[in-house]
Ligand binder design. Structure first.
Ligand SMILES: Nc1ncnc2c1ncn2[C@@H]1O[C@H](COP(=O)(O)OP(=O)(O)O)[C@@H](O)[C@H]1O
Ligand SMILES: [Mg+2]
Length: 335
């Protein structure tokens, strides 16, 4: 079965070895009519959701030129499926999500627009992952609460993160005796006390910001894995290694990686989580896991196929896209 598929990416000068080149190429190789569009050009023209796009006529290679999106403001609706592979620009605020939602009223998505908005965030991880597979977690903008939490037990360390960022940005480990503790917790929650002190609450307005906080997972340095879940199945991923003097193992930041292997127990768990994700409208995601704990779930552009290929030389992208499309068919989202 061949489909007409729009893959939304963000325009760049050239392709890297990442999903933006790998996934459209795999779909093309598997015989689908593939178009790529720039997520930052979405709009509505005379009731039709449009974007700048072009039809893929060859596989993309890493390092190759990003093609010119020759069809300007063309319909984004005349497709069987949309695959969103780029985050919306932070400055675009909610508008990009509103446009994606509108498009998704008319065309099925690999990951529903509502899931991209409501679930691709550290705030709502508890809506996806069963409690016993999460470290003790909080989402709060209350500095005093957090500071007391971290101070209350010298034997516990915590990881403080922005609710909606990625690739390791502003991920801090804190504990009671770290002299940076208070400053880091203040920074993570918007530095409200400092800002109110300096400018006054009446002038600066509400300064508090939410942070996602998790208890530090003890086995993380021995057993952290990125697993790509396609149509409910683990199809790729990699084993992560932390640099000696870093608490983060993000490959984007240069951390070392090797071929992924899952234990039977991990495999069972990932498949159950994959089913749960599909029930929530998510058919392609990448989880960060130090079993039995899930650290986070990425839904927009999760690295995994690329790093697997770099670690092993094996390209699993055809299998990944075929698995996604088969699962979407089984779910009745594709005919
Ligand atoms: N609860 C935790 N315990 C131990 N390490 C963690 C925890 N949360 C995050 N980390 C480390 O920090 C890295 C980045 O955090 P993550 O939640 O995946 O955010 P990002 O979206 O920035 O990748 C993780 O891959 C992991 O190595
Ligand atoms: Mg991560």
């Amino acid at each position: 079965m061949s489909y007409k598929i729009l893959v939304l990416v963000s325009e760049a000068s050239s392709f890297a070895l990442d999903n933006h080149s790998i996934i459209p190429s795999a779909l093309y190789r598997e015989g689908h009519e593939v178009h790529i569009g720039d997520i930052d050009t979405l709009g509505v023209h005379d009731s039709v959701v449009v974007c700048d796009r072009m039809q893929v006529t060859d596989e993309f290679t890493s390092g190759g030129d990003f093609p010119s999106l020759s069809e300007t403001a063309a319909s984004a609706e005349e497709f069987d499926l949309v695959w969103v592979l780029a985050g919306t620009h932070p400055e675009a605020g909610n508008d990009s999500f509103l446009l994606l939602w509108l498009l998704n009223q008319r065309v099925p998505f690999v990951n529903d627009a509502s899931a991209l908005f409501f679930l691709n965030t550290k705030t709502n991880l508890v809506a996806i992952v069963p409690g016993e597979h999460l470290p003790t977690s909080y989402v709060t903008n209350d500095f005093d609460f957090l500071n007391n939490l971290v101070e209350s037990d010298p034997d516990r360390s915590w990881v403080v993160k922005p609710t909606n960022d990625g690739c390791g940005a502003d991920v801090f480990v804190v504990n009671k005796y770290d002299r940076n503790r208070s400053a880091l917790l203040g920074s993570a929650t918007g530095n409200a006390a400092s800002r109110y002190g300096r400018y006054g609450r009446d002038i600066i307005g509400m300064a508090k910001r939410h942070a996602a906080v998790q208890e530090y997972i003890p086995n993380v340095r021995e057993n952290e894995k990125r697993v790509i879940i396609a149509g409910g199945e683990p199809v790729s991923g990699f084993l992560r290694f932390h640099p000696e003097h870093d608490n983060r193992s993000n490959a984007t930041l240069g951390a070392r990686f090797e071929k992924l292997e899952l234990t039977e127990e991990e495999d069972r768990f990932v498949r159950a989580l994959g089913k749960r994700l599909m029930d929530l409208g998510v058919f392609y995601s990448g989880i960060d896991m130090a079993y039995p704990y899930v650290i986070e779930v990425n839904m927009v552009n999760p690295g995994g196929l690329s790093y697997h290929q770099l670690a092993t030389g094996e390209d699993r992208s055809s299998e990944a896209v075929d698995t996604v499309l088969a699962a979407l068919r089984t779910a009745g989202k594709l005919s």
